[in-house]
Design a protein around this ligand. Structure first.
Ligand code: F0G
Length: 370
């Protein structure tokens, strides 16, 4: 860094931003967020995730459509939840809270644990027993959360957590906490900052419906401030076995391979319906088979490893590709990193995995086809 700075002073190196210059999203977008000088900023330098061009998916959609992937799996704990959690935990700390609690399908628990511990607070997380991807459970444990695996689904766990937070001195950090959505709206700012305007479509997986609500808030705030001319159509995709917003009613027994969005009763339902109506958007279900196809295609076609729930955005785009206007710009949000769920990757891929290979040149060359 010192060398780089010296070269810059001498005019030898262009003053491009380096990742080390990025202060985290609260500092970067401070004037858009409900923080003050009194807020202790608890950050792991989240945000500033790449908007990756997706030439192979663009080709599949055709007609000159340009597809980009907002790869939020590159946040510090590997999902978009870090955006909301830096805000929720900073505000909890400001209010003097000593403990936080959340229900989670995995990613929220990982982010809550990391940020709470960094802020010197206790983190209690309730997860549906047996339905959380291995990497996420590993994270919550390693970050030092107190993990309660409950014999019920996410919706049940969230109902309990709400009661706990109403009764005991612990701060709720699920997306019912308004600071979560405030932090998450910065992803929309980053998309507009990168493209120079809003995309025509935003394709996004929907579970508890906080993220789609946060993006819509962000796009609107940026447009009102003159940072973009347009607003995107908000296209929300749910797993077919957990699609309450598509069906128009709560799903009692949600079921999908995309465990992150295995949710039957989304708490941000009203905000999501508003985003859909105001943006002329739509909600649609994608099957587990379509999710897995998109998941594999993202990996082997684009070199991008996301978790299954994230691939719902691309599965949805491919399903609706004939409706995308020619030449349009589309952003698919990839909410979580593929490394969160190694089990699904190992069980669902089209690669050749040769095992038990004798350790000699002749065997290796023969298996390679030479
Ligand atoms: N993608 C991933 C990877 C998620 O973890 C989630 C939600 C979503 C999409 C859906 O976002 O709920 O704002 O509509 N995960 C929550 C959790 C429920 O507990 O980690 P949403």
């Amino acid at each position: 860094m010192a060398l780089l700075q010296a070269l810059r002073r001498l005019g030898q190196v262009a003053p491009v931003a380096t990742l080390q210059d990025w202060p985290g999203l609260i500092e970067a977008y401070r004037r858009w967020l409900p923080v003050s000088a009194a807020t202790p900023v608890i950050t792991l330098r989240e945000g500033a995730t790449p908007l990756i061009p997706a030439p192979v998916i663009s080709e599949r959609v055709g007609r000159g459509v340009k597809v980009f992937l907002k790869y939020d799996g590159l946040n510090p704990t590997g999902s978009f939840k870090d955006r909301g959690m830096t805000m929720a935990i900073s505000k909890a700390k400001e209010a003097g809270s000593e403990a936080v609690i959340c229900a989670s399908t995995g990613n929220t628990s990982a982010a809550a644990a990391a940020y709470a511990r960094r802020g010197g607070m206790r983190a209690f997380v309730l997860i549906p027993d047996g339905y959380v991807a291995q990497g996420k459970l590993a994270q919550a444990l390693l970050y030092g959360a107190e993990v309660l695996a409950v014999k019920g689904n996410f919706d049940r766990a969230l109902a309990i957590v709400r009661e706990v937070a109403d009764t005991y001195p612990v701060t709720l950090v699920n997306s019912l906490n308004p600071y979560r959505l405030q932090g998450q709206k910065t992803a929309a700012f980053e998309v507009v900052d990168a493209l120079g305007d809003a995309p025509d479509w935003l394709c996004i997986p929907v579970g508890n419906a906080g993220n789609i609500s946060a993006y819509w808030m962000g796009f609107n705030e940026y447009r009102e401030a003159g940072h973009s001319r347009t607003l995107p159509r908000m296209m929300g995709f749910q797993a077919a076995g957990a699609a309450p917003l598509v069906l128009g009613h709560t799903v009692e027994q949600p079921d999908t391979i995309a465990t992150a969005i295995r949710i039957g009763n989304p708490v941000n339902r009203e905000n999501a319906l508003k985003a859909k109506a105001e943006s002329n958007g739509d909600f649609m279900a994608v099957t587990d088979a379509e999710i897995i196809d998109a998941y594999k295609f993202l990996g082997s076609g684009e070199g991008v490893f996301c978790e299954p729930a994230s691939a719902a955005s691309v599965a949805g785009l491919l399903k609706r590709r004939d409706e995308v206007p020619a030449g349009a710009t589309v952003v698919c949000v990839l909410t979580g990193n593929g490394l969160k769920d190694p089990t699904t990757a190992i069980e669902h891929n089209d690669s050749h995995f040769h095992t038990g290979i004798d350790p000699d040149l002749a065997t290796v060359a023969r298996v390679m086809g030479f």
